[in-house]
Ligand binder design. Structure first.
Ligand code: SAM
Length: 220
């Protein structure tokens, strides 16, 4: 459940605008360690809800929020994607989903569900985006991590029919360690090298964005 630089970048963006977090009901899909919800709770978001497919993550999140004195306003639900919160809406939805295009999900030191997003990286991202409009309050927004090499354009296409717009809030390069690079889907690596993936000898970096998604005036 060790947080990554993706999580760090997400927390940094959320912390930059505390007024847009305070008082918000917040959901994290794929809550892992629970640290993003802990950061949101520290900024005054309430209540807090975390979903994760892994029992160990649900336990870790509940333990962390309990240790931080936020147990009364935090719930952690075990389940797949939107299923545990069917019919519920939130002011703020955050996610650092597994969306790395991996041919083999056996990354050392990580559960297979931590990073692997299928051959194109979009195995979880697509259903998350497809269901997003039905879980945001009218003025709600989502803030998520988004690898450049899985296609920002495709995400915009999924959001447009829901009246949702995507804007880049922050962009950074993340180091792709050798064990991840050697398992990366070859088609994505080939197509994205020198576009959103930059290699210098054995060292590779991928473009990663923090994106905000909200309604552009349309009512769903
Ligand atoms: C990259 S980790 C993010 C963790 C968290 N942001 C953190 O820093 O600790 C992705 C998380 O998504 C969870 N996950 C994977 N597949 C899922 C699914 N189908 N539904 C819900 N959560 C899922 C994993 O168990 C993992 O905890």
């Amino acid at each position: 459940m060790r947080p990554s630089e993706y999580t760090a970048a997400l927390i940094q963006v959320l912390r930059a605008e505390p007024d847009r977090v305070r008082g918000c009901s917040a959901l994290e899909m794929g809550s892992g360690s629970g640290v993003v919800l802990a950061a949101l709770g520290a900024l005054g978001a309430t209540p807090l809800c975390g979903i994760d497919i892994e029992g160990a993550a649900v336990d870790a999140g509940a333990r962390l929020l309990g240790d931080l004195g936020q147990a009364a306003t935090a719930e952690f639900l075990r389940g797949d994607k939107w299923q545990p919160v069917a019919g519920r809406r939130f002011d703020l939805i955050v996610a650092n989903l597994p969306h790395f295009p991996l041919e083999r999900p056996d990354l050392p030191g990580r559960l297979p569900t931590w990073s692997a997003g299928g051959a194109d990286g979009r195995l979880l991202l697509d259903p998350f985006l497809a269901g997003l409009g039905g879980h945001l309050t009218p003025d709600g927004r989502a803030v998520i991590t988004h690898n450049g090499f899985v296609g920002i354009g495709r995400s915009r296409e999924l959001l447009a029919p829901q009246g949702l717009n995507l804007r880049l809030v922050d962009s950074t390069l993340v180091y792709i360690p050798a064990e991840k690079l050697e398992r990366m889907a070859a088609a994505v690596l080939l197509a994205e090298t020198d576009r959103t993936i930059h290699c210098y000898g054995p060292y590779a970096f991928g473009e990663m964005h923090i994106v905000e998604i909200s309604r552009g005036g349309a009512v769903i």
